[in-house]
Design a protein around this ligand. Structure first.
Ligand SMILES: Cc1cc2nc3c(=O)[nH]c(=O)nc-3n(C[C@H](O)[C@H](O)[C@H](O)COP(=O)(O)OP(=O)(O)OC[C@H]3O[C@@H](n4cnc5c(N)ncnc54)[C@H](O)[C@@H]3O)c2cc1C
Length: 337
């Protein structure tokens, strides 16, 4: 049995722990500084959106979405429902240029009348909308279901356990230092989100993952007004099972500051009222922000660290870590014999 230490209890670390403990071939310990899902993974909107995020069907986004139904069926046996559902996304065009771009990239185009028939509250000034089959989930529930399933499969999850460093000898990680202890490991999976670079740097591993702040607002509309996800210019409105609508999101490089701002929230409220005018009278229920792990080229980093063959990197998922978690866990599992 290989001993595997997973650093980070976000959706990526929890998905990896669940996947690696599934066949009970490995001894898995997950080390989380705070509590599982306490950062971006618990804060995310929960869109599983390879098309409207322009990741496409034949790319990792589409492949990861295809893994969801089976994963959901398995982890929900632990008693936590993750609120997975497939649904349509409407990508709105409010200008001729937006219409041109969307028509090029979408197989399915609705003219304004058809789009307004499906979603009568969207802005009457739309020129049309691209329509995609996508899905959503409630991220904090997913993280908890993954973690609980991993524990049931024999994994150990240590919350309140910050990793202080890793010991490397002869180009192999031997142990992971935590307060008052040293965890021996045959393999280490680094899934510490935007904090991953700081843990990799002392080992001589250059990993360019930076925090990208995203803000979100939960709106309670005066009446039910949306049954599909609506996206426009990189922002989205996500109808949730409790009748609220989550409006997101900003993308800001402000270091490790996870606080929402007046400007960020104001921009999201203006977007919401422009796309679906009745949302101008909605109640604001919650405002929050978190830090995505972003890379310069926008692509995740999954695989062995250069020069340290038993250190696996699993980070940099930026806007799509919830979507990409199942595929990332598969890729990590394939890298461990
Ligand atoms: C506003 C917003 C909306 C989003 N919406 C979506 C969406 O709709 N769909 C989607 O697919 N993605 C979405 N994302 C992106 C998604 O949330 C992230 O890509 C994903 O959560 C990253 O997961 P992670 O596990 O890599 O990182 P994190 O969730 O950041 O988890 C990393 C964990 O590592 C822990 N850690 C850090 N340092 C240490 C240490 N030294 N020792 C131990 N533990 C440590 C942290 O405490 C943290 O819990 C959104 C993100 C934001 C901010």
């Amino acid at each position: 049995m290989a001993a595997i230490a997973v650093i980070g209890g976000g959706v990526i670390g929890c998905a990896v722990a669940e996947r690696l403990s599934r066949e009970r071939r490995h001894r898995v310990v997950l080390l989380e500084r705070d509590v599982v899902g306490s950062h971006a993974s618990g804060a995310a909107a929960g869109l599983l959106a390879p098309h409207s995020e322009h990741l496409g069907d034949d790319t990792p986004g589409g492949a990861s979405l295809a893994l969801y139904p089976e994963l959901v069926a398995r982890v929900e046996r632990c008693g936590i429902g993750v609120e997975f559902r497939t649904q349509e996304t409407l990508a709105l065009a409010l200008s001729v240029e937006e219409e041109r771009v969307l028509r090029q990239s979408s197989a399915s185009w609705l003219d304004a009348a058809d789009a307004c028939q499906r979603e009568p509250e969207v802005s009457p000034s739309i020129l049309g909308a691209a329509v995609y089959e996508e899905a959503q989930v409630t991220p904090i529930r997913l993280v908890h279901a993954l973690a609980r399933t991993a524990v049931r499969q024999g994994a150990e999850i240590r919350e309140g356990t910050p990793v202080w460093g890793l010991s490397v000898h002869a180009d192999l990680v031997g142990s992971v230092q935590v307060p008052g202890d040293s965890v021996q490991a045959d393999w280490v999976v680094l899934a510490a989100g935007p904090w991953s670079s700081g843990l990799a740097a002392p080992l001589g591993v250059t990993l360019d993952v930076r925090p990208s702040r995203g803000q979100l607002v939960t709106l309670r509309p005066v009446r039910a007004c949306l049954s599909r996800v609506v996206v426009w210019r990189g922002c989205y409105l996500v109808p949730k099972p409790d009748g609220t609508i989550v409006a997101g999101s900003t993308e800001e490089e402000v270091g490790f500051d996870p606080r929402p701002t007046a400007e960020g929230v104001g921009g999201l409220l203006r977007f919401a009222a422009r796309a679906v005018p009745v949302l101008g009278s909605a109640t604001v229920e919650r405002v929050w922000a978190a830090l995505r792990p972003a890379t310069p080229d926008g692509r995740p980093v999954v695989g062995p660290a250069p020069g340290i063959s038993n250190l696996l990197l699993a980070t940099g998922h930026n806007r799509n870590g919830i979507l990409l978690a199942p595929l990332t866990a598969e890729l990590v599992a394939r890298a461990i014999p």
